[in-house]
Design a protein around this ligand. Structure first.
Ligand SMILES: Cc1cc2nc3c(=O)[nH]c(=O)nc-3n(C[C@H](O)[C@H](O)[C@H](O)COP(=O)(O)OP(=O)(O)OC[C@H]3O[C@@H](n4cnc5c(N)ncnc54)[C@H](O)[C@@H]3O)c2cc1C
Length: 397
């Protein structure tokens, strides 16, 4: 029977819940808003399967022959709506064109972040853009297995802990499965996301869509954006001033397992790994159009085959694996827990949303000046020049 001694030992991937033949494991939410398995000991027959499929308890050394690419989707609208270069949509379209099913992360009708599925190209829009909240996987693993057994092609996307959990749950390789992971610094708490949404709904309840990384000011200065029912932007703030993004990037509200992430490594179980590429000019200056670029690792022959197909209609440039990944911390190194994390969660359970965010992420004069300076620099085109200059200096060091 799975025994989680420390919260850092569980990523909430659902492999244990999904494999249980007795259906005696439920995912239960803790006071920080994260889901953990809870076992009905009366029903458990001690078969041990839950322990065998846990990706944290069964970490693997993976050896893969990899290839690396930079990628830009040929459809500018897709690129605009995506976080980086729209690589995920291109992979998902490839799968749907083969009559496949795509699993990814979307908002439900209340903006809760959940895993869902799509069977048409039009429906893929719901997966576009990173949702910086831990997603609720629900019964996605069981559904994936069902589709695979029925012979349908399936693409499953998530963080690398989801991918290793799913692989363990399936317990065999399927030719008709394509696994895609997004490089992930850490996943924030659904409770903190709810608190933030509550705050935003109080300010303006007319919310049709939310993007954590909108490109109104370009890729290099993406903003958290809220759209109303008329698709008009009612709120936009950058990483320096939006309280939720500030919480995310200060590592104050992540899942405990993220601070000791076992899935930060170069060689991965997925077929394809995707992440940002803010320095595309390093590979080809003609690609530097500030509309977004993805970096990709193809970790298997299957992944390489998909990339070959995608190269026919999109901008794909092969680069060296070392060149693509060197020094990129989000791939290799867990984030460091914020010293105020415990205090923050205690307050999250006691304070009103407004009080909570004002206490930890106040809109000070310094923050307002920084935002004003950034937007002015972006509007005048100087921001990009400063970023490029910074990169040149770092290179010389
Ligand atoms: C929590 C999180 C942290 C990240 N941290 C980094 C980082 O530190 N550095 C970096 O370079 N890139 C990071 N990324 C990846 C990056 O933001 C883009 O997702 C990636 O570049 C793919 O972009 P795209 O343009 O191809 O597709 P998009 O359309 O933007 O990506 C959508 C894909 O992301 C998946 N996704 C969205 N939200 C979640 C979620 N909550 N959990 C799991 N999967 C999700 C969808 O299922 C889909 O596969 C992170 C992503 C997430 C979700």
């Amino acid at each position: 029977m799975i025994n989680i001694k420390e919260k850092s030992e569980c990523t909430g991937c659902t492999a244990c819940k999904s494999i249980c033949p007795q259906k005696c494991i439920k995912m239960r939410r803790d006071e920080e808003g994260f889901l953990y398995p809870e076992i009905d000991k009366e029903k458990c027959v001690n078969c041990g399967l839950c322990e065998k499929v846990c990706p944290v308890k069964n970490t693997k050394k993976i050896e893969k022959k990899q290839q690396a690419y930079v990628f830009q989707n040929s459809d500018d609208e897709v690129r605009r709506e995506s976080t980086s270069g729209g690589a995920f949509t291109a992979i998902a379209e490839y799968v749907i064109q083969k009559n496949g099913v795509v699993f990814g992360v979307q908002f439900d009708e209340n903006f809760k972040v959940v895993h869902g599925k799509a069977e048409t190209i039009e429906d893929l829009v719901k997966f576009r853009n990173s949702k910086y909240v831990q997603s609720e996987v629900g019964n996605a693993f069981e559904e994936v297995k069902q589709y695979l057994e029925n012979g349908r092609m399936v693409c499953f996307s998530g963080t690398s802990c989801h991918i290793e959990g799913l692989k363990n749950f399936l317990r065999k390789d399927y030719e008709n499965l394509i696994l895609v992971d997004v490089v992930c610094r850490a996943v924030p708490s659904p409770l903190i996301w709810e608190k933030y949404l509550e705050l935003k709904k109080k300010e303006n309840s007319d919310i049709k869509n939310i993007r954590f990384r909108d490109k109104f000011y370009g890729y290099k200065y993406s903003n958290f954006v809220i759209f109303n029912q008329e698709d008009k932007v009612t709120y936009h703030r950058g990483v320096e001033s939006d309280p939720y993004l500030r919480a995310f990037f200060s590592n104050i509200c992540d899942r405990p397992a993220c601070y000791d992430c076992k899935f930060k490594k170069l060689e991965r179980e997925s077929d394809i790994t995707i992440w940002d590429c803010f320095n595309v000019e390093k590979y080809d200056s003609r690609l530097d159009d500030d509309k977004g670029t993805s970096r990709i690792l193809a970790n298997s022959e299957k992944g390489q085959k998909v990339m070959k197909e995608l190269a026919i209609h999109n901008k794909v440039l092969e680069i060296g694996v070392k060149e693509a990944t060197d020094g990129f911390l989000a791939i290799f190194q867990p984030v460091k827990e914020n010293a105020r994390r415990e205090e923050f969660f205690k307050d999250a359970n006691q304070l009103e949303s407004k009080e909570l965010f004002e206490k930890y992420f106040p809109n000070t004069i310094k923050v307002r000046i920084e935002r004003c300076a950034r937007t002015t620099l972006v509007r005048t085109g100087i921001y990009k020049k400063i970023l490029n200059l910074g990169k040149k200096f770092r290179k010389r060091d």
